[in-house]
Write a new protein. Structure first.
Length: 372
């Protein structure tokens, strides 16, 4: 895997004594899922996602130069993390590990003292993973520092390297930089696709897909019993692994055709098969586990019945958890949202849900807006 294009090309002497950068990065929901990987954070199959808008992480990174000579980040107490203004030392080991992993591509981080202030737009205990949006926001803040050292860096290199770094923090995070539909992983016949970073899906796409809504039902707001990291690990030696990777590759090429034709019924079928295949892998691994809850299944059945009876292309997808993402074209929301309210919200904890939609991707925040 040739990662040489991501080596540092700037001038370390341009590093200011201190400064701060601030970015907002969105969450994303995969239509074709990534499940199973190779070191380091390389996907076993390509995946394709909708970038979301409302669910996002906002991060401000304050930095200070601490030494002329690079030293190991882990050696000293150089990182402090705050979540919603409160000290969050539990996050620090994961971020140290990330910084160590990216330091070959960003050697100047070794000489920085960092203070990271982060917060999510979605509730903390919502069962929605913040690792994708969080790692994307942090990577963008770091890239913003690098840009000061490498003033000629163009916007393509900026976002591509941000995606490359985010991937090293959490695989799916590399799909949280660009907006719309994002493809991660080398896909046959898709020019520019790569295992190293996510790209804006380059294929012809019916405009309806830019209008999609994602109403997320918070069926279970607890912490997941099995982490995604452990789940990816269980794909090693999984009896269905090779068949799954092949299925995902085929689903990417089927989805290309569906996106082009705007075939919403075929879209529903494919997206639901992907979601259930992901959970089937969890149920059929060793040890086997189950992340769906009774409410998840009840919602699935009602969505399918609604689709059959109304003919409207409402479908569901699932992350590695019990919450249900309900996907539908924006133009249908006057018909679909009342159904969600009347028939499905009772399966969400305290009726909790998030009205999200396909978004435009990460954006810089000014420091002045941090407290707005
Ligand atoms: O990025 P990770 O390691 O948290 O894995 C995410 C895996 C799924 O969310 C289940 C699927 C995906 O493609 O986002």
């Amino acid at each position: 895997m040739n990662d040489s294009e991501f080596h540092f090309q700037g001038n370390p002497d341009l590093l200011p004594d201190s400064g701060s950068t601030s970015w907002s990065a969105p969450s994303n929901i995969a239509l074709v899922k990534y499940w199973g990987k190779y070191p380091v954070q390389l996907p076993a199959n390509p995946s394709l996602s909708f970038t979301l808008e409302a669910c996002a992480t906002r991060t401000t990174l304050e930095f200070e130069k601490v030494s002329e000579h690079a030293s190991s980040l882990a050696d000293t107490d150089k990182l402090k993390v705050f979540l919603d203004g409160q000290p969050a030392p539990d996050f620090e080991p994961k971020i140290y590990k990330f910084l160590e992993r990216i330091s070959p591509y960003m050697p100047f981080v070794n000489g920085l003292k960092l203070r990271l202030n982060t917060g999510n737009t979605f509730p903390h205990s919502s069962g929605i993973a913040s690792s994708a949006s969080g790692m994307a926001a942090l990577s963008l803040c770091l890239l913003e520092i690098e840009k000061q050292l490498d003033p000629h860096m163009d916007s393509l290199r900026f976002s591509r390297k941000a995606s490359f770094l985010a991937r090293l923090g959490s695989g799916s995070a590399c799909r949280s930089i660009e907006g719309g539909l994002v493809l991660w992983g080398a896909a046959e016949g898709v020019p520019g696709s790569s295992d190293l970073y996510g790209i804006t899906y380059p294929g012809e796409t019916d405009p309806v897909f830019q209008t999609y809504h994602d109403t997320i039902l918070l069926v279970d707001r607890g912490k997941k019993e099995v982490s995604s990291t452990a789940g990816h690990g269980l794909m090693e030696g999984h009896p269905f692994a090779q068949a799954r990777f092949q299925q995902a590759r085929e689903n990417i090429s089927r989805l290309e055709d569906i996106l082009k034709r705007g075939d919403l019924n075929a879209f529903c079928e494919l997206v639901e098969v992907e979601a259930l295949s992901l959970h089937a892998l969890m149920m059929s691994g060793e040890p086997s586990y189950l992340l769906m809850k009774p409410g998840t299944l009840a919602v699935i059945e009602k969505v399918r019945r609604f689709r059959k009876e109304s003919g409207l292309p409402l479908c569901f997808t699932l992350d590695a958890g019990a919450n249900v993402h309900l996907l539908y074209p924006g133009a249908l929301s006057a018909k679909v949202y009342p159904f969600i309210q009347q028939e499905l919200l009772s399966y969400a904890q305290d009726g909790a849900h998030i009205c999200d939609r396909v978004g435009k991707g990460a954006r810089p925040l000014t420091l002045h807006r941090r407290n707005n």
